[in-house]
Ligand binder design. Sequence first.
Ligand code: EZ4
Ligand code: CO
Length: 409
Amino acid sequence: MSAVIVDAEVVVTCPGRNYVTLVVTTSDGRTGLGDATLNGRELAVVAMLQEHLVPLLIGRDPSAIEDTWQYLYRGAYWRRGPVSMAAIAAIDVALWDLKAQSAGMPLYQLLGGASRTGIRAYGHATGRTTPELIDSISQRVAEGFTAVRVQTGVPGLRRVYGITAADADAAESYEPAAALDRPDEEDWDTAAYLRHIPQVFAAVRERFGDELALLHDAHHRLTPSEAVRLGRSLEPFDLFWLEDPTPGENQAAFRLIRQGTTVPIATGEVFTTVWDYRTLVEEQLIDYVRSAVTHTGGITPMRKLLDYAAHFQIKSAIHGPSDISPVGMAAALHLDFAIHNFGIQEYMPHPAEASRVFPAGYRFERGHFTPGDAPGLGVTFDRAAAAEYPYRRAYLPVARLRDGTMHDW
Ligand code: EZ4
Ligand code: CO
């Protein structure tokens, strides 16, 4: 008789930040890992898994990945949404991990094999002032990165998205999800931002030359016309992309941006299905798909989404913040390695404690990753180490305008 799923355990751990991990065990004693981390809403996914999805897995055939995905997605009646799709993603990735382990192959082999020798990644640079930012970019370049996301403080604003707080450890604080009772508050002034950014990119280009790829994340802050103004003002500095210029719920807004500027556009880190991309892809309104394997239902739908995008000359740029665990990062790297339309991979280092909890086989060298050749995802989960770091409630910040009005973060 072929193996069945006998257990699926959900483990929450906080090695520097919260992670939700699914451990699927089969009757022949194999285990597969999935990442179900949804930053700031972690326990909602835990409940979705423990209360609703794990009971459906027990006794199922672990090799029937597509059928299990359809069973959980169509079978719920209530489709989409980040909580459901993160829960389904963890199951899907754990089943791919199991299948690749049984085959004795690294997962990328099951996805078609290597399409490249290395996975180009971009690192993160941040500074409250331009000299501080230049130092930060220099560090990334010294580490081997050939592409860097550049975020900067804005004069007159206390704290904005992506900027290290004065009292924080710069290496780990791009994502300020903080263990506080209430979200931290950042301030925002679009006019000040639009005035400041072009001179920052001028200084960065001047200092680092033409070759270094520069990326920037507007983090959903702008209207389409403001995005056009920003895009145009950055055209002389040859950006690799402008990310999330405007909130993505209204896909048609991207038509206005596309008509107004030639800056390449990346979006989708908060999207959860292919439907969120339909207008963007069919009308070629974006250049890069930012979805995370962890938040978009796993490897199964991500492969379909990226193959669909490929037919419209749109490339991958899988979300890789430190709130995706090394399990989710490994899943992204295997997919990156196999698909044809790979663009770039985001990389934000995990806290050092997280590397203890999730020993991973992927490697970073000269700005590029390789997923490793261990069977499956190539990541293990140290349960004893995980138990040393209990969950801590944490929230992402919010942003307010100068008069106190809530704005998009
Ligand atoms: O703010 O992952 O491009 N990366 C990003 C991230 C997101 C966080 C949210 O959980 O915008 O830093
Ligand atoms: Co982003």
